[in-house]
Design a protein around this ligand. Structure first.
Ligand code: BTN
Length: 255
C-alpha cells in the first residue's frame, strides 16, 4: 500500500489465496474494529455471493474479488447511495485504466456492451437506525477468457481482457479504484449525492431504455428516465405517470 496516495481506502489489506467469500471475512474484520477503508481480497472464492441470493462465479486469479469496509456517518436511508457511488467509482477506474466504454446498469452492475463485467453487493450493519459499517463487495471479471465462463454465463458475462484484447493489471486497477473511491467518498460526505447522481446518469446503461420492472407487488412497464435526488430509479409508464423503483429486477424490453 506504500505510494497508494490515499489516507484511508486500501491502507489496510487482507489478502487471501482461497476463501468461501470475502464478505463474511470483511464482516468479521469490521466487527473486530478494522478501520474504514480496509480491503479484503481473495484470489479464489469457492462460495462467492451475488445479489438476491445468487452465486457469484469467482475462479482463481482471473478476477478482482474484494470487500471494502466503510463507516459513513449518514442516515440509514442514504446507504443505497453508497452503492451507486461505488458503481460510479468502479466504472471510472475501468474507463481510466483500460479505455473501455463501461456503462452502469441500475442499480450497480457494470456493463460493456450488453454483457456484465462487474457486480456490486452492499451489506449493511446497522443498529437502531445507526449505520455501524457497510461491507461493499466488488467482483470484476478482469482476465478471464471466454472458456473460463460456464455456458450459462458466457452469453451474459464478459471480462476486461475479452473486451480489450489484452491482459489487465489487477493491482493497478485496485490502486486506481482506491484513489477514485476515496475522492468521491469524501465528496459525498461533504457535498452530498447530487454530483454522483449526475455522473451515474451520464454513464448509465439504463436511462432512456424501455424497461419492465418486477417488484414484489407489481409489474411495471415504461421508460427509465433518471434517478431522483435520493438515488431511486424513476420509470415513466405509457400514461405519463412516473413511478419510483426502489429495489427490483429490471429487465430491458426490445425496442
Ligand atoms: C452481483 O452482481 O450479484 C454482485 C456480485 C458481488 C460479487 C463480489 S466478489 C467479492 C465479494 N464477495 C462475495 O462473495 N461477493 C462479492
Amino acid at each position: 500500500t506504500a505510494g497508494l496516495g490515499t489516507q484511508r481506502i486500501g491502507q489496510q489489506v487482507f489478502a487471501y489465496d482461497e476463501v468461501i467469500s470475502t464478505q463474511p471475512l470483511a464482516h468479521d474484520a469490521a466487527t473486530k474494529g478494522a478501520p474504514e477503508g480496509t480491503l479484503v481480497l481473495a484470489e479464489l472464492q469457492t462460495g462467492g455471493k451475488g445479489r438476491l441470493g445468487r452465486p457469484w462465479h469467482s475462479p482463481k486469479g482471473s478476477g478482482i474479488w474484494m470487500s471494502l469496509i466503510v463507516r459513513p456517518v449518514i442516515p440509514l436511508p442514504k446507504t443505497p447511495q453508497m452503492t451507486l457511488l461505488t458503481a460510479v467509482c468502479v466504472a471510472q477506474s475501468i474507463r481510466e485504466e483500460t479505455g473501455l466504454p463501461v456503462k452502469i446498469k441500475w442499480p450497480n452492475d457494470i456493463f460493456i456492451g450488453d454483457k456484465k463485467v462487474c457486480g456490486i453487493l452492499t451489506e449493511l450493519h446497522a443498529e437502531s437506525d445507526r449505520v455501524h459499517y457497510l461491507v461493499i463487495g466488488i467482483g470484476i471479471n478482469v482476465n478471464s477468457v471466454s472458456a473460463d465462463f460456464p455456458a450459462d454465463l458466457a452469453q451474459i458475462a464478459t471480462s476486461l481482457r475479452i473486451e480489450s484484447g489484452q491482459p489487465v493489471n489487477r493491482i493497478r486497477l485496485i490502486q486506481r479504484f482506491c484513489r477514485i473511491f476515496e475522492s468521491w467518498y469524501d465528496h459525498f460526505l461533504q457535498d452530498g449525492f447530487q454530483q454522483i447522481k449526475e455522473n451515474w446518469e451520464a454513464h448509465s446503461y439504463t436511462i432512456g431504455r424501455d424497461v419492465s420492472v418486477q417488484t414484489i407487488s407489481q409489474k411495471l412497464e415504461g421508460r427509465a428516465i433518471g434517478l431522483d435526488e435520493a438515488g431511486v430509479l424513476l420509470v415513466r409508464d405509457e400514461s405519463g405517470h412516473v413511478h419510483k423503483v426502489y429495489s427490483a429486477d429490471v429487465n430491458y424490453r426490445a425496442k
